[in-house]
Structures are given as C-alpha cells and as structure tokens.
Design a protein around this ligand. Structure first.
Ligand SMILES: [Zn+2]
Ligand SMILES: [Zn+2]
Length: 226
C-alpha cells in the first residue's frame, strides 16, 4: 500500500486547526488547551460576565426556560470546529460531537424528555448532519435515556445569525408545534449554537404553555458578542 494512502487511514486532522494528528484524536494538544470553556456568565441568559451572576441587564423579562447549560463559548477552536462540521458530512464529524459531549455535565438523568431544537424538514433534507440531534442523542445515551423529538418546526425560518437582532424574535415566533403530551414533564431542550436565545425561548414558551413543569436548555456553545 502506498505511503499516502496509509497516512490517510492511520492519521487524521485536528478539527480546530487542521494539522495532522494521531488517529482516534480530534484535537491537537494546543487546540485542546485552548478550548474556550465557559466560566463566568449570567446564569439566566448566558451573557459573558466578569463574575457570574443570577441575572444581568441583558436578561429578557420574557424568559420561559429555567436553567441554561453552556459548556463552551462560540469562539476559537469551537467556532472553527463547528464551522468545519457544517461543510463536511462524515462520521468523523459525528464522532467529534460525541467527543465534545463528554465535556458536558448536566444531570440529564433527571429529565422526562431530552429533545433537540428541531430543524425544518427542508433543512433536514439538505444537510446530513444535524448537530442539535447528535448532541441530544449523545447526552441521552450518556445518561441512559432516550432522545425524543417532542417539537416540530412548522415554519421554514432563516438562520438567526442572518438577521438583525430586533428581527430575531419575529423570525421564530410560532415556528414550532408539539408532537407529545408534556404536562407535568421536566424537559431538557438541546441545541448546538445559541445567539440571542430567541429560538430556545420560543420552544420553552410552547412547552410551558402546554404544562411542562421545568424546561432547561443545553447549548454546546454561545456567541460571545451577541
Ligand atoms: Zn489543532
Ligand atoms: Zn442575563
């Protein structure tokens, strides 16, 4: 077998910077060290703060979810890696999400439902990999639970990051519908990237109005300056 082909099989690239690394690894040592873990933030809305606080001046008074888990900021290695994943469609990318899920600690065994923020079926059709689905499945598996799709996206919406801040809540308004009875349930709602939180809030509003007792959100990463 020629050397080039062998290296294709036995070596892989760092998901953050692209340098060659040993097989079975996802990040080089430098990128692993540079992972942008969230430390200080607003506990309610996720806004980055110098010292963590239970609320901040960016918090919306119309918040429907209860607690917010965010392991990473959307910057540096995480931003590069998530951008790369969107342009590739392989099993390696799926495994990379599994790898990142191992950094998340969220007591998911306590929830009745672990559910992803849904994509519209047109977007599902276009893209093979849906990070929110993969992260929700991994979290569920880690805590011996099942991922259940309790929400459906009924409106094809633009990506939130494509819109001005004041248009984002309009974009997702009434975009979702329920597929399951949620009365009295504790729900963990999962997504890959959080911008302003309008999408999560719209889902949480629907769940709470239909009787969910607790709706916590888990996002793999949150934009720092939005
Ligand atoms: Zn690297
Ligand atoms: Zn806040």
């Amino acid at each position: 077998m020629n050397r080039c082909l062998l290296s294709e099989i036995f070596y892989s690239e760092c998901a953050g910077c692209g340098i060659t690394i040993a097989p079975g690894k996802y990040l080089c040592r430098q990128c692993l060290e540079d992972l942008p873990f969230v430390t200080e933030r607003c506990e309610a809305c996720g806004y980055p703060l110098e010292i963590s606080s239970s609320y901040c001046r960016n918090c919306s008074s119309n918040k429907f979810f209860d607690y917010l888990f965010i392991p990473f900021w959307y910057k540096g290695v995480i931003k590069e890696a998530l951008k790369n994943v969107k342009f590739r469609y392989g099993f390696r990318e799926i495994n990379f999400f599994k790898y990142l899920t191992d950094f998340i600690d969220c007591n998911a065994a306590n929830y009745d439902f672990i559910t992803p923020v849904p994509s519209h079926f047109i977007r599902k059709f276009r893209r093979f990999i849906h990070p929110a689905d993969i992260i929700a499945s991994n979290i569920a598996k880690k805590y011996s639970k099942k991922r259940v799709e309790i929400l459906k996206r009924r409106k094809y919406t633009k990506y939130q990051w494509q819109l001005r801040k004041n248009m984002r809540h309009v974009n997702v308004r009434k975009a979702f519908e329920l597929r399951e009875e949620v009365k009295g349930s504790k729900i963990l709602l999962v997504d890959d990237i959080m911008t302003t939180g309008n999408t999560l809030n719209e889902c949480a509003k629907l769940l709470k109005r239909n009787g969910a007792s607790d709706v916590d959100c888990l996002v793999l990463s949150k934009g720092v300056f939005i």
